[in-house]
Design a protein around this ligand. Structure first.
Ligand code: ACM
Ligand code: ZN
Length: 787
């Protein structure tokens, strides 16, 4: 029967069959994309006769070989014999694991894979390399390898013949999980580690302590488990509206991991070449400790474990009290005994120093240590802890606030408030790990909030994560070596269940896995998105609750460098779902034009675009006005730097025809942090100019203020400028609404120019009444339209 069908197909579509046999026709959906990969003719068949061999008697290599064989058996492949290679085995139909001395040509964690129809050879200089090779082999096998439950019957499997040479771009490829805001069971933590290791990431940053609960057993301080690990259960209420625990109320929400469970998870991770970095927060994000031990506070308490939002972080550990250091050293002693990780994370973020300012003990410490202020007191705290950690042969890592008041001598910085902390650390010769909020905070929305479960805010799409470049361009090669890699952070204020945690982490963590593993030159969004189709099939088989991605169309423009023509590019995260659009203001219908590629726009209009499944619009249509003006598509030369956190489309963003909306994270606004905007637009030739119309955004709750003044000047040769005209700001910075303010200027009739210089003076620092008083503030600009 099957044969007959095969024959009919053969006779009917010979071309298709030929294609099916050609080396490139098997989809190579390996994620992260290997450094080098070359398909060869034929396949290696894994059947009952296949042996899994290990060169040498290394127990670690045997364990990896068994891991490979066990997974194949569990998922429906044959039962494979695993053993040490013997004389005469050389030509066996086998999968052979070869653990060589690390060859000079092979970076750490690298591997080589050679699959021929006769044999499979896996070569690496480390267990990690062999393990990563196994993950690649799994991705080359049919998707059944991701099966959640064993099947009823067993069959043989084929591996495509292929040569792969592969190694990571960065040594640090991490995922973080906050188990304090919500507690996650041990089984989920293991599954999270499975996901990390499947995509060749190698670090699990376990955020074990924070205001809402202490989650690690510390034998010397039993009240951490009795009191600090629990709060009253208000899980039914929104995070920001939960009342504090009242006297007499029972604390029933929470939990902690016993030391045995921690050891079990650390071993589970180690078996998958994932290092677990524990984080113990200090001096802030520690009010749960104070609920158990109020004597470690500045005020004496009493305190309860917060049931929801705790902000600002006022009640923090007292830096003037030596018993606080004794406590932390005791805790860290037990922590270091549990975690073989080189790094111990001590938090260090978001400490509100109000109590330190008033506390006699803290003030006495400032005096006795000759410190300048509370920032230096924080630095004193962290340095003292670092000394202890280093004396115990570990290294300290902390959030980028540990830069304030002076970095501890050997500290590694985790840069989360943008990449600036990482840059500063690298320039001081310290290692840094990049986890900037805009790209690496997976508690942000990943698609249109109208269609998503409640998240903390932001908008960090899969595509945005994929676009992240961990090494900032401004670092020189020596400094750049200090950027160890990047990490995705999963804070769980708004994430109550394992299924929801998976939803937020996957697939964004896979994009970050590729960013941190694959060569920069391999980065290609379309190719990644296509390869992800196969990953989604596998994740479904694993029953991972991944986010299906946005069904929203993104509108971008591209400028033809030669003709300055502006073309509209429509895109989405769904590779095979058709996009329909209109440019004439009409609403979308199933008969609206189908998008087939970038199209040119020659006048003002509104782009409406949406994805259609079964002739129905899937989500709300995207609507984007497009303005056409003299500067559309014209080059802009910057004399000041926009922030990497809000680059919009980069140097073309302000003349691309698209105007930012009320949402400061819409990807269209360009942000300047603390500094002024200063740029020159080149219209290409001298021409009559009527007006310049520039939009700025005010959103003071997000620290975004209108400019103090905008200055326009003109030139015909780009050297001598004239017509200096100022447009002052007339709106108070305190205005609470979010709004867009045009700063327009009308020139006198018959004004001509080729170059337009635009300067906008940033308010520079948040005003005294603002929560960010004295800190750098934002200036947000979009589209400088010239008419
Ligand atoms: C952080 O997000 N507070 C590190
Ligand atoms: Zn104090």
């Amino acid at each position: 029967m099957q044969r007959l069908y095969f024959l009919i197909v053969l006779l009917m579509v010979p071309g298709a069959l030929l294609a099916a046999n050609s080396p490139d026709s098997i989809p190579m959906s390996i994620v992260p994309k290997p450094v080098m990969m070359k398909r060869a003719p034929g396949e290696f068949v894994i059947n009952r006769m296949t042996t899994v061999l290990v060169e040498g008697t290394d127990q670690e290599d045997l364990r990896i070989a068994r891991f490979f064989a066990d997974r194949i058996r569990y998922c429906g492949g044959p039962l494979l014999e695993v053993r040490t290679m013997a004389e005469g085995d050389k030509n066996l139909a086998a999968v052979i694991f070869v653990h060589k001395k690390q060859p000079a040509s092979m970076p750490a964690e690298g591997y080589e894979l050679n699959v021929t129809p006769k044999q499979v050879r896996v070569t690496a200089g480390s267990g990690a390399g062999l393990f990563h090779a196994v993950q690649t082999l799994f991705q080359l096998l049919p998707s059944e390898i991701s099966r959640h439950n064993p099947p009823m019957s067993y069959k043989e499997w084929n591996l495509p013949a292929i040569k792969i040479k592969d190694y990571p771009r960065y040594p640090y490829r991490g995922m973080h999980l906050d188990v304090s805001r919500h507690f996650f069971p041990k089984e989920f933590v293991k599954r999270y580690i499975d996901l990390i290791s499947m995509y060749k990431m190698n670090t699990f940053h376990w955020h074990l302590t924070d205001d809402n609960g202490w989650r690690i057993e510390i034998k010397k301080y039993p009240k951490l488990m009795q009191i600090a690990a629990w709060h009253t259960d208000h899980e039914d209420l929104p995070w920001n509206e939960r009342p504090a625990q009242q006297p007499g109320e029972k604390a029933t929400y929470g939990g902690y991991y016993s030391q045995d469970e921690i050891r079990e998870i650390v071993q589970y991770a180690a078996d998958r070449y994932v290092t677990v970095i524990p984080e113990i927060e200090m001096p802030a994000h520690s009010v749960e400790v104070l609920a158990a031990y109020p004597q470690f506070s500045c005020t004496g308490g009493p305190f309860t474990v917060p049931t929801g939002s705790y902000w600002p972080n006022i009640d923090i550990l007292c830096a003037g009290n030596d018993s606080v250091f004794t406590f932390m050293e005791d805790v860290l002693t037990e922590v270091m005994a549990l975690f073989p990780s080189k790094y111990i994370h001590i938090g260090g973020d978001e400490a509100d120093k109000s109590n330190w300012k008033k506390c006699p003990k803290c003030q006495a410490r400032i005096k006795s240590e000759g410190l300048k202020d509370e920032k230096e007191l924080q630095s004193y705290f962290i340095k003292r802890i670092e000394k202890f950690i280093v004396s115990n042969k570990h290294k300290m890592i902390g959030w980028d606030e540990i830069l304030e008041g002076g970095l501890a001598p050997e500290a590694t910085v985790m840069s989360w408030r943008g990449v600036e902390g990482g840059i500063a650390a690298a320039r001081q010769g310290h290692d840094a790990i990049m986890t900037p909020g805009a790209y690496c905070y997976f508690d942000h929305y990943q698609a249109d909030p109208a269609f998503e479960p409640k998240a903390i805010g932001g908008l960090t799409t899969l595509k945005k994560v994929y676009s992240f470049e961990p090494t900032p361009a401004e670092l020189n090669p020596t400094e750049a070596k200090h950027i160890l890699g990047a990490q995705g952070n999963l804070w769980t204020e708004f994430i109550q269940t394992p299924a929801h945690a998976e939803y937020m982490a996957v697939p964004r963590m896979i994009a970050l896995a590729e960013v941190t593993w694959s060569p920069k030159s391999h980065r290609n969004w379309k190719d990644f998105r296509n390869r992800m189709s196969e990953q989604y099939i596998r994740l479904s088989k694993m029953k991972v609750n991944y986010c299906k991605g946005s069904f929203k169309v993104s509108v971008n423009t591209e400028v033809d460098k030669k003709s300055n023509a502006v073309r509209v590019i429509l895109d989405s995260e769904q590779p095979e779902v058709p996009i329909r659009y209109t440019t004439d203001g009409n609403d979308l219908k199933s008969s609206s034009p189908l998008y087939t590629g970038p199209f040119e726009i020659k006048g003002n209009g509104v782009i409406k675009a949406g994805l259609f499944l079964d002739d129905k619009l899937v989500e709300k249509a995207t609507e984007m006005p497009l303005i056409f003006h003299y500067a559309t598509g014209k080059p802009v030369k910057y004399h000041s730097d926009f922030s990497e956190r809000y680059p919009a489309a980069g140097v073309t963003a302000l003349t691309d025809g698209l105007r930012g909306t009320n949402n400061h994270r819409d990807g269209l606004w360009q942000g300047f942090l603390g500094n002024d905007l200063d740029l020159i637009i080149d219209l290409g030739k001298e021409m009559p100019i009527n007006s310049v119309q520039t939009n700025f955004l005010q959103n003071q709750r997000s620290w975004i203020f209108l400019p103090v003044v905008v200055e326009y000047s003109l030139s015909s040769d780009g050297k001598k400028y004239h017509s200096f005209n100022e447009v002052p700001n007339k709106i108070a910075p305190k205005e609470e609404q979010v709004f867009i303010q045009p700063f327009n200027f009308q020139f006198m009739v018959n004004t001509k120019a080729r170059y337009i210089r635009v300067k906008a003076k940033n308010l520079a620092k948040c005003p005294a009444w603002h929560e960010g008083s004295g800190e750098p503030c934002w200036l947000f600009v979009d589209e400088i339209a010239v008419f």
